[in-house]
Ligand binder design. Structure first.
Ligand code: ADE
Length: 235
């Protein structure tokens, strides 16, 4: 999979991309992540990329020209057989869920467009007909951290990226029931008086699976939705 990140701050990604999971995935040729700087497409002596909103209001907006030129140059650098999915990171986007991460991971090419300042000129969205993704109902100072969240969630779903193939399948929010994972234990059997539940030591895989499912249901119903304040358990 190839992921292009279009940003004003490519240096923010350096440590993140060299980190263990993503660094190894890139070395193994499973993932190709490239960074493009919107500033390289700025024109004029001041290489301006942002300006005040028409009609007034606070902050600055990214101008459409440099952003669209940058994305189009990224799109031009690819065979037609590999159409790219362009996604903008914005708090106004559709919420990132495990299901959305799975959908993005099924693409061969992804272009992630990071906003800064107060956002993008509307004509960036209109011109690129881009998907819009939010990582939560809060406002970050830019889309870079949100793009890193998307990259992490997507990369670990790619075949071969996680050491143990099963671990992405068993994750919270995965599978048909999309439950969160219940509690997990490792050694020692007792820590500060807290014992590992006997069923996990029983060796009875049927019982263990039933216990885990029950715990996952309970953990899921304890969670509350950030938007409704209601438990998220639906079934
Ligand atoms: N940019 C600023 N806030 C954001 C958010 N919550 N999700 C995605 N991109 C953003």
């Amino acid at each position: 999979m190839r992921i292009d990140v279009v940003t004003l701050f490519p240096e923010m990604f350096q440590g993140f991309l060299e980190g263990s999971l993503l660094g190894a995935a890139q070395k193994a040729g499973l993932l190709d992540i490239r960074l493009s700087n919107i500033r390289d497409f700025a024109t004029g002596v001041h290489r301006q990329v942002d300006d005040r909103p028409y009609g007034g209001g606070p902050g600055m907006l990214l101008m459409p020209g440099p952003v669209v030129d940058c994305v189009e140059s990224v799109l031009a650098d690819a065979p037609a057989s590999q159409p790219a999915h362009v996604a903008m990171l914005t708090p106004a986007g559709r919420p990132l869920t495990q299901q959305v991460a799975e959908e993005l991971a099924s693409r061969e090419r992804l272009v992630l467009l990071c906003g800064r300042y107060e956002g993008f000129d509307q004509r960036v969205c209109d011109t690129l007909a881009a998907d819009q993704i939010s990582i939560g109902d809060y406002v970050l100072s830019g889309g870079e951290v949100a793009a890193m969240v998307v990259i992490d969630a997507v990369a670990r779903l790619l075949p071969g990226v996680l050491g143990d193939e099963q671990s992405a399948v068993d994750d919270s929010f995965s599978g048909t029931d999309r439950l969160v994972e219940g509690p997990q234990y490792t050694r020692p059997r007792e820590f500060r008086g807290l014992r590992v539940p006997d069923v996990l030591l029983s060796g009875d895989h049927g019982q263990i699976a039933a216990w885990r499912h029950k715990q996952a249901l309970a953990a899921t119903s304890r969670r509350t939705s950030p938007t409704t304040g209601q438990p998220t358990q639906t079934s």
